[in-house]
Design a protein around this ligand. Sequence first.
Ligand code: C5P
Length: 312
Amino acid sequence: MAIGPEGPAETPHIAYPDEVHTVHAQAPAKINLALRVGGPRSDGFHPLQTVFCALDLWDAIVVKPAEGLSLTITGIELEVDDNNLALKAARALQSHTGTSRGADIAIHKGIPVAGGLAGGSADAAGTLVALNALWGLDLPREELHELAAELGSDVPFMLMGGLALGVSRGEDLHAIKPGAFQSWVLVLDDEGLSTPAVFRRYDELKPEPHAPADVDELMSALRSPSVTNLAGLLMNDLEEPAFTLRPDLKERFDRVAGTGVATVLSGSGPTIGVLCESVAAADSLAKQLTSEGLRAVRADGPAAGAHIVRSS
Ligand code: C5P
């Protein structure tokens, strides 16, 4: 339209490209194939050598534009407070970019809470990815990674997914090319375990300064096309402190140990992972343990990190 000396002859109707109204994302669970812990650093965090594997157990994160920020959680009974990691992720993204946009965030939990499966960290990662799209921020993955690391030690891996070595607090990640598909049975618990409490007990049990053990043998076995080579190599230094806090967990661990290729506590627990030889073996073990009264589900990996499923 031509603009003459009197200005535009009529008010033009500006047709903006279609706005994104809803973004659907999902984020996986994780298990630690190894979690080797060192004595606490001056900031209180423990140096780690850990191997993460993302599992196809998902939290769904749906975000829509709104004035402020709100969060609703379904699929599980969970109090939403200001410390919720998804809300913290949204606020971190706002202050990092200076955007004044808000969002209604809805999370449907498929990952058990306080289970050592990084469900809260998954929600933070999923929220970062979803709002980055909803708000049209277009931040590159590296920038999201930095924000994720400020939110929590596991959040960067929940963005990355796959299989990775984590060092430092667990946020310094090195991707591992997976040699084999992994089928797991996760034995769940109704009661959560506090991660800081398990780390504190670890320090009481091992007060002398020490570096985390290395995971070199596991790393080379992970290149093998067969999971049977991982037998004897899954290790978690938080098992002993978790078991001293929860002796019933030790009983359950001993009960399921030997039912698959290897058994390991995930993170600070209380979820126990049994790595199985095949999908069929995991299916049948999950059924057997369920019939014996345990809460057992199959989950496979490595799965993708937090990602957008669709937007409309
Ligand atoms: O990093 P994140 O906030 O998820 O950690 C939760 C708690 O777990 C920390 O407050 C700390 O007590 C413990 N932790 C630790 N060393 C790590 C990771 C977590 O001591 N490398």
